[in-house]
Design a binder for this molecule. Structure first.
Ligand SMILES: *Cc1c(COP(=O)(O)O)cnc(C)c1O
Length: 477
């Protein structure tokens, strides 16, 4: 008989039953702090894990007895309860410097937009009724109007996110008889992250993808040569998260629009990030490289332009489609729109965000303000944080010249100069400190670089400086 079998034979009977754990006085208070079903699940999971260790020969009777008598049992269950309490969507301090951080919720909204969302969330609102006539109307009538004013387009419609916008677009044009082909430049078949791949979405929308050109060069003539009886749409996708440099050529939106006009085919441009600049909106100071602007895309004459609501636009998660009246009307008529449309809360946040832009207050939108901040403007904040953290023993704190990335696949290759706080501890690894900070109250997300933490003030919102300092303090106390 193997020794493994021997040890497991002795260890298994020592495993407590659920019933015994439920009556263990050491666990009483902890167990009462979570719903009973949750507690039972934790107990089962723990016993399951330990049973597995015994089976694998990693836990013998002696070690198991020690766990049961010592603190291991309480510690493991305390950790499980802690994870449960910290789970879910909660506020965090984003000290990564990545302003549009998809993992941390992308664009933080303007307080007025956030307040508008909070108000309608907890009340009734005028959603699909006209206040003047009392008659039924469309929930996004005002939103469309604001989008027209903002982008210069004839019409607009908004769905759950930009991925949904692309889906609605493709699915709508697919529905036109036997035409099921979409022509796209090979260099623009991008993967955005979070496994959003343009070609996959196209396939799911039921269209046949016709790639033209090469990775680095596509000309109008390539599109023209690929057009056939089955062509339903000519499409252009902004390569949001990478940049092909050197010997490159792409079809401009204007060329695409002209070709579409000549051949009687609809055209679309998926912009992704959606940089809003125009008559009333001050430009982001040259930080966005050659990121295309929504107004220019619309003015180029393509039928439909789509972009994200929570990237450079700085609003709640949504996907905007703007363009020619007939093209947008076709999207609205597609029954699939009903499955992708926005709820009242998001519409309220978007309306308010658009109103801010239109009132010439675009520079107040938090993500834009953060992206616009110069290194000189950020430095005092870095200095204050460094000063507040410098008094701890065993810590080395300095303010260093660094670069922040915009994030969310917006403006690839763009790095914004910043001043960051470099924080290292003589006895604690940076990765472990970073993990503790993520679990702290309030939670803080920082960058780890060369075994030090980097706190970049670029992505700090009002009040975050104090939250960050207090979280680090509580960790070292
Ligand atoms: C980000 C992006 C999308 C997806 O946008 P979501 O709002 O995240 O769904 C689609 N197309 C392009 C070009 C993008 O950059």
């Amino acid at each position: 008989m193997s020794s493994r079998a021997d040890t497991s034979k002795e260890a298994f009977p020592l495993l407590p039953s659920i019933e015994e754990l439920l009556h263990d006085p050491r666990l009483e208070e902890l167990g009462a702090s979570v719903p009973r079903e949750v507690w039972l699940a934790f107990l089962r999971a723990l016993l399951e894990r330990w049973r597995g260790e015994i089976k694998a020969g990693k836990l013998d009777a002696t070690a198991l007895s020690a766990r049961l008598a010592g603190s291991a049992l309480v510690d493991e269950l305390t950790a499980a309860v802690g994870r449960e309490r910290r789970a879910g969507i909660v506020r965090v301090v984003n000290a990564t410097g990545v302003v549009l951080h998809t993992g941390l919720g992308r664009a933080p909204l303007h307080p007025e937009a956030a307040a508008a969302m909070g108000t309608v969330a907890g009340s009734y609102c005028v959603l699909e009724v006209d206040r003047e006539s009392g008659e039924r109307n469309q929930r996004d009538d005002r939103l469309s109007l604001l989008l027209q004013r903002m982008t210069g387009a004839e019409a607009g419609i908004v769905v759950n996110n930009c991925a949904a916008a692309v889906y609605l677009l493709l699915n709508t044009y697919l529905a036109r008889g036997k035409r099921d082909e979409v022509i796209v430049s090979r260099g623009e078949l991008v993967e955005i992250g979070g496994s959003f791949r343009v070609p996959d979405v196209m396939e799911r929308a039921g269209v046949v993808l016709r790639e033209v050109g090469t990775t680095n060069r596509t000309r109008s003539a390539d599109y023209r040569a690929a057009v056939g009886e089955r062509t339903s749409l000519l499409m252009k996708v902004h390569t949001s998260n990478f940049r092909v440099e050197g010997f490159t050529e792409e079809v401009t939106p204007r060329e695409l629009a002209e070709l579409g006009g000549e051949l009687g085919l609809p055209t679309a441009f998926d912009l992704g990030s959606g940089l809003i600049e125009g008559d009333d909106v001050e430009a982001l100071p040259d930080v966005m490289g050659d990121e295309p602007r929504v107004r220019d895309a619309v003015a180029s004459g393509v039928d439909i332009v789509c972009f994200s609501g929570d990237k450079l636009f700085g609003g709640p998660q949504s996907g905007m489609l703007v363009g020619k009246r007939a093209a947008i009307a076709a999207l609205r008529k597609n029954p699939v729109y009903r499955a992708l449309r926005l709820d009242k809360v998001t519409i309220a946040g978007l309306e308010r965000t658009l109103e801010l832009y239109l009132a010439g207050r675009g520079d107040e939108i938090p993500s834009r303000a953060l992206l616009s901040a110069s290194a000189d403007e950020l430095r005092p904040c870095a200095e204050r944080i460094a000063a507040a953290l410098s008094s701890f023993p065993d810590c080395s704190v300095s303010v260093v010249a660094e670069r922040s990335q915009p994030g969310s696949g917006a403006a690839p290759g763009v790095f914004l100069p910043t001043w960051a706080v470099r924080f290292a501890h003589a006895r604690r690894k940076a990765a472990a400190l970073a993990a503790d900070l993520r679990r702290a109250e309030p939670a803080v997300f920082a960058r780890v670089q060369d075994d030090a933490l980097l706190f970049d003030p670029r992505s700090l919102l009002p009040g975050d400086e104090e939250r960050l300092v207090s979280a680090v303090r509580s960790l070292l106390a």
